[in-house]
Design a protein around this ligand. Sequence first.
Ligand code: 5MM
Length: 346
Amino acid sequence: MSAYSQELKATAKAMVAPGKGILAMDESNGTCNKRFAALGIDQTEDRRRAYRELILDTPNLSDYVSGAILYDETIRQSSSAGKPLTQVMKDRGIIIGIKVDTGAKDHPLCPGEKVTEGLDGLRERIAEYYQMGARFAKWRAVITIGDGIPSRTCIETNAHGLARYAALCQEGGLVPIVEPEVLIDGTHSIERCYEVTTETLKTVFNQLYIQKVVMDEMILKPSMVISAKGAATQATPEQVAAMTVDVLRNCVPATVAGVAFLSGGQTPEQSAQHLNIMNSTHKDLLPWRVTFSYARAIQQPALDYWKGSDSNVAEAQKLLRHRAACNSAASKGEYTPEMEKQAVTA
Ligand code: 5MM
């Protein structure tokens, strides 16, 4: 048992408090720069800092968001006024989270597959992040569906990595967000996604058990069961919600503190709609709080509007808050498509 056990349980509970989700803003510099480049925004440390300040200093964001996942560069940065961004978060009532994996690299001997790295020195990095105010962490593993993949090797390696990471986090006082993402890329059917997500989650929870990870001191961040982007037939929102809930019920212990989905390339509206159906139609089947931990599905409209210009900050913050509000409603089963049409005035 971790010396931090009571604190971990309280943090995990707060992360998935009713009406709250977790904002993912832990894009590595490479990913952030790619998104900036697409909009003609300068790919500099200062613009990344300004963008992250825009997000974290959004008024009333904590009505909808419990915590935010940062990248290592961000947790060390300060606002334009010289206030550490971690202090901005504390002042705004947002729990500090940190991405601790060092990225998905080519999996040896498994063509087309990835293994997430970052275990070396992780105990020491966790201790430093805890000192800096972080109270939860994230590690993302990716599983690719394709011709003859995923391999059993890839699923096992990634599940083992996730479990080793989660155990180190709990030892060091950070609630682990365990993120096994089955990618939406490709042409596979929703049935194939169901099959692969089942095998992945069963393997991940077996490894978490072997590594003694405590269920009510962790959050699962899964992908939804969905047709691939290039699939000839696209499943309906009702099918996505029903099959996702079915997989979770078959694979995830009821004692897990919460489930917070990634959006994985779905549009902002789809991400909200799918989450909403799970929390309305299937509400009585869910033993956990089921919420969001989206990045693109919350940030994209704000980023598109901001375009790197300081004069656009206030309007971009409204767009960000609006998406957070839509997803907060979806986490309670109260989202309606009409919310999308409402003037963004809040
Ligand atoms: C799957 O990506 C995570 C959730 O984001 P979406 O809701 O957009 O799918 C996200 O937290 C991701 O792990 C970060 O953006 C970091 O990604 P990179 O590729 O920069 O490590």
